[in-house]
Structures are given as structure tokens and as C-alpha cells.
Design a binder for this molecule. Structure first.
Ligand code: ADP
Length: 862
């Protein structure tokens, strides 16, 4: 057994090996220690290996799914080794091979790898979250990325420059990433696969084979890098399924310019799908999501992760939301129907992957039937927005399949296939007959019981059934003698403590009829099951399109519902680099305040080419971060095609959104936080364009006052002069107000605060002009710092302020500093005189002495 185990373990690689032994999956050695720790189950030992007891733990097969879910969530991957022959077959084989039958070991094979990215089981998936698997590779300086959600089969290919890969992966949010061997900069926990898997020719051939097409041109024009990544992805799926592929729909191409780009730091700081604490609660999606189906919630998450960058597409989504908002009755009916809808996309995924159940067939039947009802409901309405017209045809057209499934299946098919009972009466005459046979035999047995009772004069006689003996006759011990008689017609089978069990020829005959008919009936149901799955698989793309259309409708109706609850408005979208938000609110903060009965103060924001950088000052806790984020979120929500929390909003399309938070807010991240802040700031300065929107919150806070102010100053100037993006810049350095003197498209704003009877009142109201003071001590007092400490701080502050008055403060002289761009030019010019001089030198013509003099001269000039 050890030899078999270690062969399988080698094959399993770094996956935990679930080794099937009877009714248990057992784990050994290191695997056992890891699993016992994660699952909190007993770690025992079994036998010895190399003189040491072998650590072992096990989980019962019938409860394996639950344990698997916990292991996967803890980041483990699992290889399942099943017994692929029965003990009898093993004994027969041993006999043929001439080994003693006591040594016959049941053959085992890895039948499947269960990993975070390759799940289809309902119990292992979260209904409202997509489960993505991604494969990446590089080809001549470009990264190819293939991503799919195998629970629904959706697959997308794209490519990007290597430096943008982290942002792309952040958008996809894969639960598992596959990379080729030797990949630099490997994401943590990535799965490494042979380079040969990532070949573009192979990828192309595999996709053609999966979709039965001679060319992929009908889907889109994919680049070599994309196909290479697709090759890696399909090869990994094949590996995980041991040759069986899950549902894969035709790949779609994700063009790089079609979406608003956001990098990982931006996503994290805007808390789009998860809050900084990691959960869904407190995130943007939690504040928006009113979808009534899991598929709708997954579509909304995708919309928010990849907001659109094309006006026409955004308008199409907005028009659908508007339509639903304008017709509350229709919306209500639609949502009622959607609410009862099964997740047909995932049911389809399970069926095609070969892990489906009769219940999944029933879900497809019900889902497609309801889709048809929705089709009727929506078709009956007159004026329809274009997107709805586009979606409508996908909702219908499954009549033949739904009819078939309705005829074939019982109303509520079971989740288990083994015991049959899911094919409806009247669908197959032969099956009905088999059922009739076992039915009549059962009735015969019931009649037999009555007959035997009177014949033997034993009213307590019973005919029973169990898994070991099958049918048998049981009487209490004291009545057993009559039946023991040689010519009583009964044969003795078993004596229990208080009862004795018998058989009879007639019982045996009826029981055989039941068993035989039952076996045939099961086989007949099984073959119907397979045929129904084939029929569904043949229409996989049309069913997936229906699922997608239903999800889109749910998103639009949910957005409308949210908008009507919160008095949100339809944003106007245009191409100019501007932003005009009237009475904007932060959806998450507003909800949190409302929960405490507090009111959110709405604020305006208006950026234009002439006034594109707002410097926002004011006391801590005054609402600066909230203001910055609410505007970024409003842009994001608008471009995702939804309504926004504002009185009105006019959004000039944004190509890239950047959000950065000063270091001290990110202490939990472990790396030197100031370093992180600067790396992230560097990324903005190198990438943000005139069409981008940047929010910077307290940049430079993570270092000393002088360094911090200097950096914040230079960064604000660079964005103003070089990137020319729309930008909101929050800072507590009120010295920065002087930037307004030199930067003409920069204006000063602050969140208002008042001191009233010695206490600070934060008004959370944005106002024009620089903040007059920082109110730091007042905030400290508000926070409960003891009065003597605040008093002491006040006297230190007085001293400092006196010093500032005498010297002009730390920002003295900054007003005369040349602007960023001008300064850069001047510095470049200086470099250029050096360059010119060097270029003019004929090195071969110099004597050693002259060369040394020249070196001194150049050094002096620097
Ligand atoms: P700052 O960035 O200036 O330190 P925050 O934006 O973090 O301040 O806001 C601090 C708190 O003030 C928030 O948690 C929220 O409770 C409250 N707040 C912020 N903005 C508003 C607003 N517009 N209306 C009402 N309360 C607000």
C-alpha cells in the first residue's frame, strides 16, 4: 500500500492527497498534519514508515464536500484518489497475476484535482461571487491573459504590457492563477505548469477542438499571446479534470481601451468588492447590490470591477435602468419572477462538467421556462430601450428543450442520481412497465405477509428488508419453532437475540423480480439522464446567453431599485475632461450614518480644464477622504452603467482612475508603508493622462514634515503641469495653499469646521478657499485626549507659531520656487551643457594629464 500511496502522492505534487479507503478519504504524513490543523480533526497514526509512526487523519466520504470546501478556503489544493476497482475485482486480478489474494490491493487513481479555480459544486461556490481561474504568459514582451469562470463557462482573453499585468489580475480577482515555469514576479500561490502548455499553436488547436470550429475568426481576432495563455488555461483544466474538460463557452476578446483602468491599490482603497477588512460588508458593492439572483450579483461585481469607457455602451445600460425605474410595476413583476429563478448558468456548468444531478436538469427546465415568461412580460410593453431589445431574443427559443425536460422529469428531481426516481411517469413506457413490475411484486409481498400470518397463526410475523439479507420473514423467538419445521416451507437464515429470520421460495421469487426490475429501471433512467444532458449540452451557448440576459436584467432592475430607494440620479456622460457633481454623497458612509440616525452632508464637485486640480484642506475627521472617494465612486458607478448618489452628475469619461491614501492608513500591509506609498505615487505620475481622474489623500504623510510637504508639493505640481489629469488632492499641510499662486488650474477648498464655546464642530461641508487653521488640538480634544495634555500641547504650539512668525515658517520661500515643468527644463538644460562638452571631446587625442584636468572640470560643473 505504501508503494501505491507514494506513487499517487508523487503524481499529486503539492496537492493534499485524499486517499480513498472504504468509506473514508485518508490523508497521511505532512498532508495529514496540514488537514488536521485546518479541519480541526483528530490526527492519529497508522503503522510505521522508516521506523516512525505514520501520521494520519481521515474524513468520511459522504461528508467530504464540506471538508473540501474548508480546505480550499484555507488555500489548499486537493487530489482525489478513488478506488477504481472493487475488492472482488482486485482479488480476481491477483489470482490471474498469481499473487496471494490476501495481498490483493484495490487499484486507485487520481480522478480529479479540486482547486480554488476549478470548482463547480454548488456547496463549494459562493452564489453571489464569480469564481475565476486565470492563466498568464509572456510572448515577445506582451503578456497574454486567459480568464474563465468554469462554474458558468465564461472565458475571456486579453493582452497587456507587462507593467499593467498586476492591474489586470487585480480586476479579474482570480481565486487561482496559473503561470509557466520560470515566471518572474510570480503572484503568491500561483500554480506553476510546464512552459510547453503555454504554446499559442496548442491553445488555438484546443479552442478549435472544444468549440468544433475550423477557425476562431468567428469569435474574434485573438493575438498569439492570448492564445498561448488560453493554451495554458485549457491544459491546466485538462490536468485538473484528468482529461475531462468543464463547460467552456466561446472565448470573448477584452479590448484594452474598452474599460476604465484601475490598478490594485485603487481597487483596494476604493473598497469596491471588499472593504479594507476583507469582507463584503462595508464595500461599495454591498451598498449598491439589490440583485435578487446570484448571477445578477456576479454580473454587478463584474460591471463594477471593469467600468466601461465607451459612451454608447454606458448610455445603453443607463437607458435600461431608467426604463425599469420609470415602471415600478414592471420592475416588481420582473424581480418576483427573477427571485424564484434557479442559477441556470451554474447548473449548466455542472451538467457539462459531468458533475450534474437530476436537480440540475430540473433547474434548467424551470429557469428556461421562467425566462420565457419574462420574455412574454417584457415583449408586451411598447417602447423599449435598445439594450432590452437586444436581450429579448435570448430569453426565448428553448421551447423544444423545456417541453422535453417537462415531459421527462418529475416536478422536483432529487440531487442524487443513484436511487433513480427522477424520470416522470408516462415518459418511457418500458420504464413504466419495469416500475409496474416492482410495484406489483411489492404488493405481492405485502399480501404474502398477511397470508403467512394467518397460515402460521403468528400475528407478529413481519416481512422486512435490509441491505445485507434483502427481504426476509421475521418472527419473535417464541414463535420460531413452527417455522423451523423442515416441511413448513420456510428456511432459517439468522437467529437474533429476540427474533429469528427466515426465507421462503415465493418471497425469494418476488424479491428477485423487484431487484431485477429495479436494476433495469435504474439503468433506463441513467440512459435518459445522459441523453437529456447531451440535449442540454448541445444548446449550451444559447442557454448561457439566456443566463447572461437574465443576469443583465437583474442588474438593471436592482440598480433601478437602489436608485429609487436612495434618490439617485441618472448621470450625464460626455467626452470632455470635466466633472460636475451636484450634491454628491458617499453611498457607504451615508448608509453607515443613516444606521445611526445621522445625516450625510452632500457636497458639490466641479472640475474643468481650467480648474482641474482641487486642493482640499481642513481638519482631520472633517470629511476630506470621504469627499475624495465619493467623487471617485460616482465616476466609477456612472461608467459601470448605473445611477449615482447625487442630485445631478455630469461625467467627462475617465480612462484611468487612481486612488491613493497616505501611508499611515495602511499600516496593516507590512511593507515599509512609506515605500508603498511612494511606489504607488510613482505609478500615477508615470501613467495618469489628461483623461484620467486621480484622488490623492494625504500623500507624504508617512515621512517627516519637511520631506512630506516637499513630496506632496512636488507631486501636486507634477500632476498639474505634466499629467494634467483631473485631481482631488487632500492635505493637512496648509502651506500647500501657496501652490495656488503658481498653478493656474489649481484651486483651494476646505472642509468647514467651527469652534464653538471651545469645542470643535465638524460641518463636513466643502467650501472654497484655503483652510485657515488645522484644528489639530481641537480634534485631539474631541477624541478624548486628557485636558492637561491638550493644554500642554497648546503652549508648545504657541512657541512653534511664534518661531514661525519670525522665520516665515517651513514653507518660507516656496513661493519663489520655479514651477515643476520649468524647473525640470532648467535642470535638463544643465545636463545638456555637460553632454555637449563631453560630445565635443576626442578621447584619443587627450594626454593623460589633459584627461584628468577635463574630469576635474566636469566634476566642478556638476
Ligand atoms: P478626513 O479625511 O478629513 O480625516 P473622513 O473623510 O475620514 O475625514 O471623515 C471622518 C468621518 O466624518 C467619517 O467617518 C464620517 O463619519 C464623517 N463624515 C465625513 N464626511 C461626511 C459628510 N459629508 N456628512 C456627514 N458625515 C461625514
Amino acid at each position: 500500500m505504501m508503494a501505491q500511496y507514494s506513487n499517487l502522492k508523487t503524481e499529486a505534487g503539492d496537492c493534499l492527497l485524499f486517499y480513498r479507503m472504504g468509506d473514508f478519504f485518508e490523508l497521511f504524513f505532512e498532508d495529514a498534519k496540514i488537514a488536521a490543523g485546518v479541519l480541526d480533526i483528530a490526527l492519529t497514526t497508522r503503522g510505521e514508515h522508516a521506523g516512525e509512526p505514520v501520521p494520519m487523519c481521515g474524513v468520511p466520504v459522504h461528508a467530504a464536500e464540506n471538508y473540501l470546501a474548508r480546505l480550499i478556503r484555507a488555500g489548499c489544493r486537493v487530489a482525489i484518489a478513488e478506488q477504481v476497482e472493487t475488492p472482488e475485482e482486485a482479488k480476481a486480478r491477483a489470482k490471474r497475476e498469481g499473487t496471494p489474494s490476501s495481498k490483493a490491493l484495490v487499484k486507485r487513481d487520481i480522478v480529479r484535482f479540486v482547486t480554488a479555480g476549478t470548482l463547480t459544486e454548488e456547496a463549494l461556490l459562493e452564489p453571489r461571487r464569480a469564481n475565476m481561474l486565470a492563466a498568464v504568459c509572456d510572448l515577445r514582451g506582451t503578456c497574454g491573459v486567459a480568464a474563465c469562470d468554469i462554474s458558468t463557462g465564461a472565458m475571456q482573453l486579453e493582452e497587456c504590457e507587462p507593467q499593467r499585468l498586476p492591474a489586470v489580475l487585480a480586476r479579474i480577482g482570480a481565486s487561482e492563477i496559473v503561470v509557466p515555469e520560470g515566471w518572474n514576479d510570480m503572484p503568491v500561490d500561483a500554480v506553476v505548469r510546464p512552459r510547453g502548455d503555454f504554446s499559442s499553436d496548442r491553445g488555438e488547436a484546443q479552442l478549435k477542438k472544444v468549440h468544433g470550429v475550423a477557425t476562431l475568426d468567428g469569435f474574434a481576432q485573438f493575438s498569439r499571446a492570448m492564445l498561448a495563455a488560453a493554451g495554458g488555461l485549457v491544459a491546466y483544466l485538462e490536468h485538473a479534470g484528468r482529461g475531462d474538460l468543464p463547460l467552456l463557452l466561446p472565448p470573448t476578446l477584452r479590448a484594452s481601451g474598452g474599460h476604465m483602468a484601475m490598478d490594485e491599490a485603487t481597487r483596494a482603497s476604493l473598497e469596491i468588492l471588499a472593504s479594507q477588512q476583507g469582507g463584503r460588508s462595508g464595500s461599495l458593492i454591498a451598498a449598491i447590490d439589490r440583485c435578487v439572483t446570484g448571477a445578477g450579483a456576479r454580473q454587478l461585481a463584474e460591471d463594477l470591477s471593469a467600468p466601461l469607457a465607451e459612451r454608447a455602451q454606458i448610455e445603453a445600460r443607463l437607458a435600461l435602468v431608467d426604463y425599469m425605474l420609470g415602471d415600478p410595476l414592471l420592475r416588481g413583476d420582473l424581480r418576483t419572477i427573477l427571485r424564484s429563478l434557479p442559477d441556470i448558468g451554474r447548473a449548466l456548468g455542472r451538467l457539462v462538467a459531468g458533475r450534474g444531478s437530476p436537480r440540475d436538469l430540473g433547474q434548467i427546465r424551470d429557469g428556461l421556462g421562467e425566462a420565457r415568461r419574462l420574455h412574454e412580460l417584457l415583449k408586451a410593453k411598447g417602447e423599449r430601450p435598445a439594450l432590452l431589445d437586444q436581450l429579448l431574443p435570448s430569453l426565448a427559443g428553448h421551447g423544444e428543450l423545456t417541453d422535453l425536460l417537462s415531459r421527462a422529469l418529475v416536478p422536483a428531481p432529487p440531487t442524487e442520481r443513484q436511487s433513480g426516481g427522477y424520470i416522470a411517469q408516462g415518459y418511457d413506457a418500458a420504464l413504466d412497465e419495469l416500475r409496474e413490475v416492482s410495484g406489483s411484486a411489492r404488493r405481492a409481498i405485502a399480501a404474502m405477509e398477511a397470508r403467512y400470518r394467518s397460515e402460521t397463526d403468528t400475528p407478529s410475523l413481519k416481512i422486512k428488508h435490509n441491505g445485507v439479507l434483502g427481504y426476509f420473514i421475521e418472527v419473535p423467538s417464541k414463535h420460531a419453532d413452527k417455522l423451523m419445521d423442515a416441511d413448513s416451507g420456510f428456511t432459517h437464515r439468522q437467529t437474533m437475540a429476540n427474533a429469528v429470520r427466515f426465507n421462503s421460495l415465493t418471497l425469494h421469487e418476488e424479491a428477485s423480480r423487484i431487484a431485477e426490475a429495479g436494476g433495469h429501471a435504474l439503468a433506463a433512467e441513467e440512459s435518459h439522464f445522459e441523453e437529456l444532458v447531451d440535449r442540454i449540452a448541445a444548446r449550451r451557448e444559447a442557454i448561457a446567453a439566456t443566463a447572461a440576459a437574465l443576469a443583465r436584467l437583474d442588474v438593471a432592475a436592482g440598480q433601478a431599485e437602489r436608485a429609487s430607494d436612495g434618490e439617485w440620479c441618472r448621470p450625464r456622460v460626455s467626452e470632455e475632461p470635466m466633472l460636475a457633481i451636484e450634491a454628491g454623497r458617499h453611498p457607504v458612509v451615508e448608509a453607515a450614518l443613516a444606521a445611526n440616525g445621522e445625516r450625510f452632508v452632500a457636497n458639490d464637485c466641479s472640475l474643468s480644464e481650467k480648474d482641474r486640480l482641487w486642493l482640499v484642506g481642513g481638519p482631520n475627521m472633517g470629511g476630506k477622504s470621504t469627499f475624495l472617494r465619493q467623487n471617485a465612486l460616482i465616476v466609477l458607478m456612472a461608467q459601470a452603467g448605473g445611477f449615482v448618489p447625487a442630485r445631478s452628475a455630469h461625467i467627462g469619461l475617465v480612462d484611468q482612475l487612481f486612488s491613493r491614501v497616505g501611508a499611515s492608513d495602511n499600516l496593516a500591509r507590512g511593507r515599509s508603508t512609506f515605500m508603498v506609498e511612494m511606489v504607488e505615487t510613482a505609478a500615477i505620475l508615470s501613467q495618469a493622462s489628461e483623461r484620467s481622474f486621480v484622488i490623492l489623500d494625504e500623500v507624504g504623510r508617512g515621512t517627516s514634515t519637511y520631506d512630506g510637504l516637499a513630496l506632496a508639493w512636488a507631486v501636486a505640481e507634477a500632476i498639474h503641469e505634466t499629467n494634467r489629469s483631473r485631481c482631488l488632492f487632500a492635505t493637512h499641510y496648509h502651506e500647500m495653499a501657496r501652490l495656488a499662486d503658481s498653478c493656474d488650474a489649481l484651486s483651494l477648498h476646505h472642509v468647514r469646521a467651527k469652534e464653538w464655546k471651545g469645542d470643535l464642530v465638524l460641518l463636513h461641508e466643502l467650501s472654497e478657499g484655503a483652510a485657515d487653521r488645522s484644528y489639530g488640538l481641537a480634534v485631539a480634544k474631541l477624541a478624548g485626549v486628557p485636558a492637561p495634555v491638550v493644554k500642554r500641547a497648546r503652549s508648545v504650539l504657541d512657541k512653534l507659531e511664534k518661531g514661525r512668525a519670525e522665520t516665515g515658517g517651513i514653507a518660507a520661500g516656496l513661493g519663489e520656487l520655479p514651477l515643476f515643468a520649468a524647473a525640470m527644463e532648467a535642470e535638463e538644460e544643465e545636463c545638456d551643457t555637460l553632454r555637449e562638452k563631453l560630445e565635443g571631446v576626442d578621447v584619443d587625442a587627450l594626454s593623460p594629464r589633459e584627461a584628468l584636468d577635463l574630469l576635474y572640470e566636469l566634476k566642478r560643473e556638476i
